[in-house]
Design a protein around this ligand. Structure first.
Ligand SMILES: NC(=O)c1ccc[n+]([C@@H]2O[C@H](COP(=O)([O-])OP(=O)(O)OC[C@H]3O[C@@H](n4cnc5c(N)ncnc54)[C@H](OP(=O)(O)O)[C@@H]3O)[C@@H](O)[C@H]2O)c1
Length: 330
C-alpha cells in the first residue's frame, strides 16, 4: 500500500480508502450478518494496509458510524487509522458541534476528519457554517475538517470564510464516468492545496464491469446506467486491465490515484478488500492514461459545466432533516 497526504494540510492516508455507506444503508441492503461483515471488512483492510475509512451521520441514520466504531474498538484500533465522517449539510451552525459530538460517541473516538456533507441551504450563511466547523476543531471535537460536494464557487466562498483553520479536503463524485470536476473545480482544489476524496469511484460497480443494477442505490443512479452501457469505456478498461493483469475495478481506482485523488470504494463483502487494495500497486503509463482519457473525455461535460451535486440547497435545512430522518437515513 502507498500512503499520501490529503491535500497540503490533511492527515496521511492510504491511497485507497474504504467507504462505509453500504453498512446499514436502506438503499444498499447488506447481505448476511452486518456487524460481523463490517468487522471482517475492517480486519481485511488493515491486513492490506488500508487505513482510511469514510462514513457519515446519515448513512443508515448513524448505523454505519456505530458499526465502524464498534469494529475498530473490537479490533483495538487507534491512531493508526484515519476515520472520516460527515455532518449533514442540513445542519445549521449551532447544530454542527453537537452533531460532531454525537458522531464521536457512535465512532467511540474523536473523528479525524469531519466533512460538511453538502453546501448549506441558500438561506444559511457559508461563513457561519465554516466558523462552526473551525470551532469543532478548535474545541478538539475533530482533528480536522473538510467539505463535500462543494463546487468551485462554493469552495472559494468557504475558503474566504476560513481565516483561522482551513478545510483540508473536498469529497466529490469523481471517476472515469464522472469527470465534471476537471472542468473547473479540480484546478481550484489543486491550486489551494485541497485534497480530493473521490466518492463513487467505481460508478457504483459499473466500472468494475457490473452491467445490471442489483440494489436501489444502483438502479436510481444515472452515472451507473451510463457507465454500465458504455461499450467504448468498458472495452478500454478491459484492454488496460489485461495489460496489467488486473481487474477493471483496479484500473478505475488506479486512474483516480494517477489523477491525484484518493478513491474510497464501497462494498458489501470483505472479499472486495484485497482487489481494491491491489489497485495501489498499479501504475498506469502514458498509453494507458491516453486510452482511458479518450474513452471517458465525454464525461467532463456530460453532467454539467461545473461540479453539481443536486438542487438540495433550495430546500430549507429543517425539511432536508425531516425527509432524510423519515427515510431512516440514506
Ligand atoms: N460525499 C457524498 O456525498 C457521497 C456520496 C456517495 C458515496 N459516498 C462515499 O463513497 C463511497 C463509495 O461510493 P459508492 O458506494 O457510491 O460507489 P462505488 O464505490 O463506486 O461502488 C461500490 C459498489 O461497487 C460494487 N462492486 C465493486 N466491484 C464489483 C464487481 N467486481 N462486481 C460487481 N459489483 C462490484 C460493490 O458491490 P457490492 O456491494 O456487491 O460489494 C459496491 O457496493 C461510499 O461508501 C461512501 O462512503 C459519499
Amino acid at each position: 500500500m502507498r500512503y499520501v497526504r490529503l491535500g497540503v494540510r490533511g492527515p496521511r492516508v492510504s491511497v485507497i480508502g474504504l467507504g462505509f455507506w453500504q453498512a446499514g444503508s436502506p438503499l444498499w441492503g447488506w447481505r448476511g450478518d452486518l456487524e460481523r461483515g463490517v468487522t471482517s471488512v475492517v480486519e481485511r483492510a488493515l491486513e492490506h494496509g488500508i487505513t482510511f475509512f469514510d462514513t457519515a451521520e446519515i448513512y443508515g441514520w448513524g448505523r454505519s458510524e456505530e458499526l465502524l466504531g464498534k469494529a475498530l474498538s473490537a479490533l483495538g484500533v487507534g491512531d493508526e487509522v484515519i476515520v472520516a465522517s460527515k455532518v449533514g449539510g442540513f445542519r445549521g451552525p449551532s447544530g454542527i458541534p453537537r452533531a460532531v459530538e454525537a458522531i464521536n460517541r457512535r465512532l467511540r473516538r474523536t473523528v479525524d476528519l469531519v466533512q460538511h456533507h453538502w453546501p448549506p441551504p441558500y438561506t444559511t450563511s457559508f461563513c457561519s457554517v465554516i466558523r462552526a466547523l473551525e470551532d469543532s476543531v478548535k474545541k478538539g471535537l475533530a482533528h480536522s475538517y473538510g467539505l463535500s460536494n462543494y463546487n468551485s464557487q462554493e469552495l472559494v466562498k468557504a475558503l474566504e470564510c476560513s481565516r483561522r483553520i482551513e478545510p483540508v479536503s473536498n469529497q466529490i463524485q469523481y471517476s472515469l464516468a464522472y469527470r465534471s470536476a476537471e472542468a473547473k473545480l479540480k484546478g481550484v482544489m489543486d491550486e489551494r492545496g485541497i485534497g480530493l476524496i473521490a466518492w463513487s469511484p467505481l460508478a457504483k460497480g459499473a466500472l468494475a464491469g457490473l452491467r445490471e443494477p442489483v440494489t436501489r442505490a444502483q438502479r436510481s443512479d444515472k452515472v451507473f446506467r451510463a457507465a454500465a452501457s458504455d461499450e467504448e469505456l468498458q472495452a478500454a478498461l478491459a484492454r488496460v486491465a489485461e495489460r496489467h493483469g488486473a481487474s477493471k475495478a483496479q484500473v478505475a481506482l488506479a486512474w483516480i490515484i494517477a489523477m491525484g485523488g484518493v478513491p474510497i470504494p464501497g462494498l458489501r463483502r470483505a472479499e472486495r478488500v484485497e482487489e481494491y487494495a491491489g489497485a495501489s500497486n498499479i501504475v498506469l503509463d502514458e498509453d494507458d492514461l491516453e486510452e482511458l482519457d479518450k474513452a471517458s473525455r465525454k464525461y467532463i461535460s456530460m453532467w454539467g459545466s461545473d461540479y453539481r451535486f443536486s438542487n438540495i440547497r433550495v430546500i430549507p435545512g429543517t425539511i432536508q432533516y425531516i425527509a432524510i430522518r423519515a427515510m431512516g437515513g440514506v
